[in-house]
Design a protein around this ligand. Structure first.
Ligand SMILES: Nc1ncnc2c1ncn2[C@@H]1O[C@H](COP(=O)(O)OP(=O)(O)OP(=O)(O)O)[C@@H](O)[C@H]1O
Ligand SMILES: CC(C)(CO)[C@@H](O)C(=O)[O-]
Ligand code: BAL
Length: 275
């Protein structure tokens, strides 16, 4: 695997490659990321991964400074997964001056769910992903469904900006007990890690209830929030939404997804399940 720290070096390599799939990450790689890399390898001749902890998408008081940076271990995993090129710019390469141009998703996209609790987050995500797409110019870009709203925002950006790239979703990879793999799981203490699968279990319960014909969504959501609080969590939201635009459903036969975010100690976890 070749490692590129500059845009110039990455672009020279990209120019020699055929069909390229890009998998953007913030590093601290786990099996969820590696599954995306393998899926990318099935769709393209050449897989390019990126690792960049993007300051623009972190709010004040969020975990930018303590975000796990494990570059050497990440490189070994990418190499083993058959990734051909890694783009790993430093901050001066990505943002040589304070970024003056941003992608601003419409409030309907980003004032809800994650966007309500992380103001400015998706502006930062969309801006860095547009920049990564411009740098790499991949044919395909892959993003995980674990970050469901991110996938929606980025798919809409690509479509509305007519970017010449195909966005492909990756299914959420989970631990045996159901917890969605996430870099932030590493923040959990042993006790918190043992309690963490409750979030997934509550999502399963709501999914199963809706499938079985229970349409009292408010009660399902409120009961699950109460259960999290009783178990010592601080939930931000649990919401059943339409998959297409993440707005509240009008018809229960719309394709739906249930999404949640909650804090366990100092760690904020998100998860979702399609219904
Ligand atoms: N468990 C997972 N299954 C599938 N894809 C995943 C999983 N976790 C992350 N991804 C995807 O990997 C890409 C990079 O994500 P990122 O580097 O933020 O990892 P993360 O584990 O989600 O980290 P964080 O804990 O910061 O949310 C994103 O497209 C994300 O949706
Ligand atoms: C897409 C992304 C790499 C942009 O920084 C990040 O939000 C992530 O890791 O999901
Ligand atoms: N996995 C999405 C990136 C973030 O939480 O900032």
């Amino acid at each position: 695997m070749q490692i590129h720290h500059t845009i110039e070096s990455l672009r020279a390599a990209r120019a020699r490659a055929g069909k390229v799939a890009l998998v953007p990450t913030m590093g601290n790689l786990h099996e969820g990321h590696i599954t995306l890399m393998r899926q990318a390898g099935e769709k393209a001749d050449c897989v390019i991964a990126s690792i960049f902890v993007n300051r623009l998408q972190f709010g004040a008081g969020e975990d930018f400074d303590r975000y796990p940076r494990t570059f050497a271990a990440d490189c070994e995993k990418l190499q083993a997964a058959g990734v051909a090129h890694l783009f790993a710019p430093d901050e001066a390469e990505m943002y040589p001056q304070p970024q003056r141009y941003h992608v601003d998703p419409a409030p309907a996209q980003v004032s809800i769910l994650e966007g309500e609790f992380r103001p400015g987050h998706f502006r930062g995500v969309a801006t860095v992903v547009l920049k990564l797409l411009n740098i790499v110019q991949p044919d395909i870009a892959l993003f995980g469904k674990k970050d469901y709203q991110q996938l929606m925002v980025l798919s809409n950006m690509v479509r509305e900006m007519a970017l010449p790239v195909e966005v492909l979703p990756g299914e959420t990879v989970r631990a045996d007990d159901g917890l969605a793999l996430s870099s932030r799981n590493g923040y959990l203490s042993a006790d918190e890690r043992a309690r963490a699968p409750l979030l997934y279990r509550l999502l399963c319960r709501i999914r199963d209830a809706v499938r079985a014909g229970d349409h009292d969504l408010l009660k399902l959501e409120t009961d699950a929030m109460d259960e999290l609080v009783a178990a010592g969590w601080a939930p931000d939201y649990i919401a059943v939404r339409r998959r297409a635009d993440l707005q509240p459903p009008v018809h229960m036969d719309d394709p739906l997804v249930v999404l949640a975010a909650a804090r366990l100690g100092r760690t904020r976890l998100i998860d979702n399940l399609e219904i």
